[in-house]
Ligand binder design. Sequence first.
Ligand code: CUA
Length: 364
Amino acid sequence: MRRGSIVALLGIALIAGGVATAVALLPTWLPEAASREAGRIDFVFWFVIAICIAIFAVVVAAMVYAVARFRVREDDFEDGPPIHGHTGLEITWTVIPFVLVTSIAIVSAIVLSRNDAQARDTLRVNVTAQQFAFTFNYPDAKNVTSPVLRLPEGRSVELYMRSLDVIHSVFVPQFGQKEDIVPGLVTQLHITPDRLGTFPLECTELCGLGHSLMRTEAIVMKPAAFDAWLRQQGKGAAPAPPTSTTSTTSTTSTTSSPSASGLSVFNANGCSTCHTLSAAKASGKVGPDLDNLVAYAKQAHQPLTAFVHQSIVDPNAYVQPTFPKGVMPQNFGQTLSKTQLDALVTFLVQSAQHSGKQKGSKKG
Ligand code: CUA
């Protein structure tokens, strides 16, 4: 090959590689990693991208050079020279891709196994997904339950995820990982958060009408702040035995009045995703407006409390006209305890009567 040709090939390769590198680096394609796993995954991503840019540059150089140098001249109807092949070239273009693909496989396997490796003090979090909310439960801390995923910075965390209805998928872009939650299975996801902050946590599996609203947050906290939060929640969440009158914790806790715990049941079970209820500052539009429960109960010809109870445990028994059947989850009768259900019903009845009165007074 002439020296000029080599210079031309190199020049084209450098330009093509430079353009591809600029496209790869100038826009911010990936969110800033907030977990060790995301950092490793980003490394695999850039490792593969670098290989792709190199191959792209070589292919573009060969193509552009061949098109320019070997194009057919005018009035040239000759056949090309008979060529059998080039053993050296063929070995080269087999060995190089083999080495590259194998190295990608090895790097990925190392990252996968390190990402799944739990530390000895791994924090366990049980995740429950249902249409259309996530609930996070900390079994080692008095079963504290939260609608937001709070994690301590720097600690290995394993999510054990269950679905109560259909397939969901959990995704925090800054953690770099995504895992489906499948009915009948317990799927797992290992995270070691390494940056403080609040990050979006969303469902990424089309799971029904409220799918786009099935989102919450992952909050990475300083370990001390996280422990303090767990302790605080543990106090409030301590289930007050219904027969006990001597409980000292419930008298100091502000969350033990029926309407307050009804509100927390409302929030923890994702009701606010789909329903409007001013008492809970909820503005969901997927399901009926719960500020109008008094009117709905009249339309259904039922007493208010019985109507609210039935609408939670057997939502298809009466569906408000203009709303489709079968959207509201039908398993709250199983997933809520009797105490939770009663608190929720009481809360809804009280706030419905309250907002009914307000509307009435505005009219008059
Ligand atoms: Cu759950 Cu989409």
